[in-house]
Design a protein. Structure first.
Length: 280
């Protein structure tokens, strides 16, 4: 269980000072917890003994044990397929049937890590006609971004893909207005350039950053107002994004259905233009 999960599971029993400490830890997770206890105490306005009692309450032997767990989570976030080879689980029986069974379990986990309220909140952000939507992903996860982009553009206007080249980002940053949405997909082996992009979008342009990541949580979370941490482990050398794809499709289906009057008009116009191009 990650430190974040432990905090969530004990949340109802926290004192007011512990709630303040949690706010500091989660606002810059996991980096806030890696500073010396004296610095964390000062930043959270909580005494060092209170921090020691807090980490014990959530199941650690002490502050050093707490920090070792955070460091381990950071290392997990950088593991490559070569590293994951050592932790893979051999298939039981036919490979395909076993893999589909694992994917089914990942889908079930995906449904449990995002609440219905958070799901509808993100749908509302992406559907809001007053907000423009900017989308980007990392080396592998940009495939997720492009999949969402392809469909969301047919549902609503003002949806833009950010290019992979950071040299082109100033143009897009300058187009962003306050309250526009920057949706970033960033899974382990996180990209520093994307964290820089998100920070500039949030602080300089006032954009609402939404992050889709894994349970080790991309550093982009420091700039994000909404974070969805999805399961990706499936017991092979390769991380699986079946849960992320399912969430994307659920978002698209919900927005389309919820705003069908507008969506249907746009789809008809879209298809009519495609038909004209085919005839030309």
């Amino acid at each position: 269980m990650s430190v974040r999960d432990r905090i969530d599971s004990h949340a109802e029993g926290f004192t007011d000072s512990e709630k303040k400490l949690c706010a500091v830890l989660l606002a810059d997770y996991p980096f806030a917890g890696l500073q010396p206890i004296s610095a964390l105490s000062e930043n959270a306005c909580v005494s060092a003994p209170s921090i020691s009692r807090f980490v014990s309450k959530i199941g650690f032997q002490g502050f050093q044990d707490f920090q070792r767990q955070l460091i381990a989570e950071l290392k997990e976030g950088q593991r490559s397929p070569v590293d994951l080879r050592h932790t893979r689980r051999p298939a039981e029986g036919d490979f395909l049937a076993d893999f589909v069974g694992r994917a089914r379990q990942e889908l079930a986990e995906t449904a449990s890590v995002i609440t219905e309220a958070q799901f509808k909140h993100i749908c509302a952000l992406l559907a809001d006609p007053k907000r423009r939507i900017f989308v980007i992903g990392g080396r592998i996860s940009d495939a997720l971004a492009q999949y969402l982009l392809l469909h969301l553009r047919q549902i609503r206007p003002d949806v833009f893909a950010l290019p992979s080249d950071p040299e082109a980002w100033p143009n897009d940053l300058l187009r962003m207005r306050a309250r526009d949405v920057l949706l970033v997909f960033d899974f382990r082996r996180y990209q520093t350039s994307l964290a820089t992009l998100a920070e500039r979008a949030a602080t300089r342009r006032g954009a609402h950053v939404v992050l889709m990541t894994d349970k080790w949580v991309s550093p982009i979370a420091r700039s994000a107002r909404d974070v969805v941490a999805l399961p990706i482990e499936i017991g092979t050398e390769w991380d699986s994004y079946v849960g992320a794809f399912a969430l994307i499709e659920a978002i698209l289906a919900f927005i389309s259905d919820d705003q069908w009057d507008r969506t249907s008009v746009r789809l008809r116009e879209w298809d009519a233009l495609r038909a004209e191009e085919a005839e030309a």
